[in-house]
Design a protein around this ligand. Structure first.
Ligand SMILES: C[S@@+](CC[C@H](N)C(=O)[O-])C[C@H]1O[C@@H](n2cnc3c(N)ncnc32)[C@H](O)[C@@H]1O
Length: 186
């Protein structure tokens, strides 16, 4: 039997969420990742999961060599449709359940962006994180961006007027986020 997330990420997901995450936000995230993670021409990036290639495509266009992996056939078809002239040396998409190890390794960076954990059991999350960890080279980085209860507390605190949280970083392009990066190094 399918788990809910195995059918949820379809054409409707792309249509609904893209209305909310506009291209300006995505471009800002890509620029933030490029800077924070010191990405360069030829840096090997695993974008897992990649969805419809929102982040993968922009990183490949900047020169990274990206493998985008996702379970959703629908989103991967959309990613392929959007890739334009991106060459296979820069961008490859693959359908794969990230709870299972990938055959490739040696990536400089593995990305897990836009709250892409927590859809199934904790054991499933650990399996996905192990896949990412095992895919990066020694000293490589696993970068996770996700909703966290502290963020929701922060949002709630703002709503009830506690302005001291006002200056917390809120986007991937905020340079203060780089402080956490050393802790995230594999
Ligand atoms: C919220 S979307 C984010 C996609 C992308 N990172 C982005 O920023 O647009 C979450 C994605 O996780 C994928 N996903 C969830 N569990 C997965 C798994 N076990 N293996 C592969 N993909 C998975 C879904 O198919 C979906 O595309």
């Amino acid at each position: 039997m399918n788990e809910w997330w195995q059918t949820f990420f379809d054409a409707d997901y792309t249509r609904l969420w893209e209305a909310w995450i506009d291209s300006a936000r995505t471009e800002q995230e890509i620029a933030g990742l490029w800077k924070l993670l010191d990405l360069r021409d030829g840096t090997r990036v695993l974008d897992a999961p990649c969805g419809y290639g929102r982040i993968s495509l922009g990183l490949a266009r900047r020169g990274a060599a990206v493998l985008g992996v996702d379970f959703s056939e629908s989103l991967l078809n959309e990613a392929q449709r959007r890739r334009g002239e991106a060459p296979v040396e820069r961008l490859v998409y693959r359908r794969h359940d990230l709870r299972e190890p990938l055959p490739e390794s040696g990536f400089d960076v593995a990305l897990n962006i836009f709250s892409s954990l927590g859809y199934a059991s904790e054991a499933d999350d650990v399996a996905i994180l192990s896949t990412l960890r095992n895919a990066v080279r020694p000293g490589g980085r696993v970068f996770i961006e996700t909703n966290h209860r502290a963020q929701w507390l922060h949002t709630g605190a703002l709503r009830i007027g506690r302005a001291e949280h006002e200056h917390a970083p809120r986007s991937l392009s905020d340079p203060r986020l780089s402080v956490g990066l050393s802790a995230a190094q594999a």
